[in-house]
Ligand binder design. Structure first.
Ligand code: HEM
Length: 124
């Protein structure tokens, strides 16, 4: 199995991952609430985010923690949601790629999930 080598490989993962998220009972509601996610914006944004993490492209300037604080106020993101998010994410990466970049991507996602869980106040 190949390792992740470029933006096309990241796109493969992101497209596959959000197809799983869209039909996941636990995660789906976060993306189809009052302000439904504009997928044509979210997908390229996530590809840029990961391109920056893996290849230091410098083309992502968002603030994920701030965004997830807002999301948490609308509907609380709890341990079980992050666990599902990370499981689906690992599963998706492992289905396509193996190697140093694949490991880096999974570890980074895990680290961010832990930071989000510890820095986002429970809203209830
Ligand atoms: C409980 C688990 C999670 C849920 C329910 C969740 C949900 C969401 C939602 C609803 C959005 C906004 C989509 C829109 O624009 O409509 C978003 C954005 C985003 N999420 Fe998550 N997320 C989760 C975990 C994570 C993790 C672990 C990461 C780590 C890589 C992550 C990275 C991002 C990034 C980078 C954005 C884009 C922020 C921006 O607008 O710049 N999320 N997420």
């Amino acid at each position: 199995m190949p390792d992740i080598k470029d933006i096309n490989d990241i796109e493969t993962i992101i497209l596959d991952f959000y197809e799983k998220v869209k039909v996941d009972k636990l995660l789906r509601p976060f993306f189809f609430g009052e302000k439904p996610t504009k997928w044509e914006k979210h997908i390229p944004l996530m590809i840029s985010f990961w391109e920056n993490v893996l290849f230091y492209s410098g083309n992502y300037e968002g603030d994920p923690l701030l965004i997830h604080r807002k999301i948490n106020k609308i509907k609380a993101t709890e341990t079980k949601h992050f666990e599902r998010w990370n499981n689906l994410f690992d599963e998706t990466v492992n289905a396509h790629f193996k190697g140093a970049n694949a490991e880096k991507m999974k570890q980074h996602a895990q680290a961010i999930a832990e930071i989000m869980l510890s820095k986002i106040e429970p809203s209830n």
